[in-house]
Design a protein around this ligand. Structure first.
Ligand code: ATP
Length: 457
């Protein structure tokens, strides 16, 4: 399995305009990133594709867009106020702070998932785990660190005005279950999806945009009749995996990892992660799919005192639906897509090129129009204007044609369209394909459909 150096990929994404360091002119803010002129397009295209495949094209699902700040009772009901905490240890020597499970795993290769604080302390002791920063073995005991960002609403900073930035979008869906059931006229099984920002005060963010404190999630909560949940769970695992596969991700670097029973949350009947072999680790979670039973609706029903039931119109049965949740981070998908797309190719002689083999459906620029000479600007501009009505295109007349091809390969533009002197007479252009570098002559009148066909998902 070929893996590129991660730093090389990160540098490429920074220098081409995919991702910028956040607040850079002030020295940055640790682990904060801005999406640049290409990255903002790629991110938008990923989200649009998810929305189309999971909401618009699905006979079952609808979408919402709920608020980031929610009534604090939400987090009491969901368990986040009490339980959304990582076990953290501090190094008493250098004051470094680490997630206990990661510290143990990195030092020993042993999994600490699901272990109690005492068990983790013992693992650190028994294996004589040392601090990755200063090399000493002198840690505090493991203790809980709540990952939710806290702020205040209104003018008074007191306990009553505390609100949290949501750590996941899912709860905005659960609290709207009755609203959607009433206004959509959907019958079970149906799903509610949304895309939005989530915030987690991660103890150890890092690996570029893999783990950040501010990120976007695309989550679907799929409600079904109890007893049918495991079939739907399998359905959504397959659906998500096929989505990733269709994006062209190398299957050798993909796997579905079902959680062991001891890893499962107490309410979950099954959870699987779609993982990718990122350059900085063996396997990293990209997408989590969980059968969450009736836990969430049940808890919100209990805490709010409002019934969150479903009355089956055919059988008159009343029940709390079970829920299957496929949840994915936009930045994680983005990173997987970029790591997988990146290739440095040796060409003839000493020549080489960097290519981003992005699926054309999500490539930021679909086509770049290149007049062979500046004298051909008028005709080439017409092609650009016409194609721009349908897709995001660029126009580039600076530098040799070879350099212009390389620039576009490096940012993942699937088609370069050269307008040459013959174009003036035969009303055709040369289309060069990014991956194969093959060229073919296409009539200008047929160009739009030609591209449309080839960028479809
Ligand atoms: P991890 O074990 O990596 O912390 P998690 O199991 O806590 O992830 P979930 O709560 O299941 O993650 O979140 C669902 C998805 O949201 C993840 O699969 C991932 O794609 C994304 N995600 C979660 N936390 C972050 C983060 N800090 N930065 C970027 N994406 C994230």
């Amino acid at each position: 399995m070929e893996k590129y150096n991660f730093d090389e990929i990160v540098t490429h994404l920074k220098t081409t305009g995919y991702v910028y360091q956040g607040s850079e002119i002030y020295g940055g803010l640790s682990n904060s990133w801005d999406f640049g002129i290409l990255g903002s397009f790629l991110k938008k295209n990923i989200k649009d594709l998810w929305w189309r495949e999971f909401i618009e094209r699905s006979p079952y699902n609808v979408g919402i867009d709920s608020a980031i700040m929610m009534n604090t009772k939400t987090w009491e009901a969901s368990g986040h106020l009490k339980g959304f905490a990582d076990a953290m240890v501090d190094c008493k020597e250098c004051k470094g702070r680490f997630r206990a499970d990661q510290l143990i795993e990195n030092a020993t290769g042993l999994s600490a998932e699901g272990k109690s604080f005492e068990e983790m302390d013992k693992m650190i002791e028994d294996n004589h785990v040392v601090c990755p920063t200063c090399g000493k073995h002198n840690f505090t005991g493991a203790r809980a660190f709540n990952l939710m960002f806290k702020t205040y609403i209104g003018t008074l900073e007191d306990a009553k005005s505390v609100v949290y930035l949501r750590p996941e979008t899912a709860q905005g869906i659960f609290v709207n279950f009755n609203n959607v059931a009433r206004t959509s006229r959907k019958k079970i099984p149906f799903g509610i999806g949304q895309i939005g920002k989530s915030f987690r005060n991660e103890i150890t963010p890092g690996n570029f945009i893999f783990r950040v404190r501010e990120f976007e999630q695309m989550e679907l909560e799929f409600f079904c009749k109890p007893g049918t949940d495991l079939d739907w769970y399998k359905y959504w695992v397959d659906y998500c995996y096929n989505f990733v596969k269709k994006l062209g991700i190398n299957e050798e670097k993909l796997r579905i990892r079902p959680h062991d029973p001891e890893e499962l949350a107490f309410y979950s009947k099954g959870t699987s992660d779609i993982e990718y072999a990122f350059p900085f680790t063996d396997w990293g979670e990209v997408w989590g799919i969980a059968d969450r039973t009736d836990y969430d609706l049940g808890r919100h029903s209990e805490v709010s005192g409002k019934e969150l039931n479903y009355l089956d119109p055919e059988t008159n049965e009343k029940y709390i639906p079970y829920c299957v949740e496929p949840s994915v981070g936009v930045e994680r998908l983005f990173l997987m897509i970029c790591c997988d797309a990146y290739e440095k190719q040796k060409l003839e002689g000493d020549d080489e090129r960097v290519v981003m083999h992005l699926h054309p459906a999500i490539a930021p620029v679909k086509a770049c129009i290149l007049p062979l000479s500046k004298k051909l600007g008028e005709g080439a501009q017409k092609v650009f204007e016409d194609l721009s009505k349908e897709f995001h295109c660029e126009y580039d007349e600076a530098g040799s044609i070879g350099k212009r091809y390389r620039r576009n390969d490096a940012i993942g533009t699937p088609f370069c369209i050269t307008y040459d002197f013959d174009s003036e007479n035969d009303n055709s252009v040369t289309v060069r394909h990014r991956d194969t570098m093959e060229q073919e002559r296409v009539e200008i009148a047929k160009l739009k459909d030609y591209i449309k066909e080839r960028i479809a998902f």
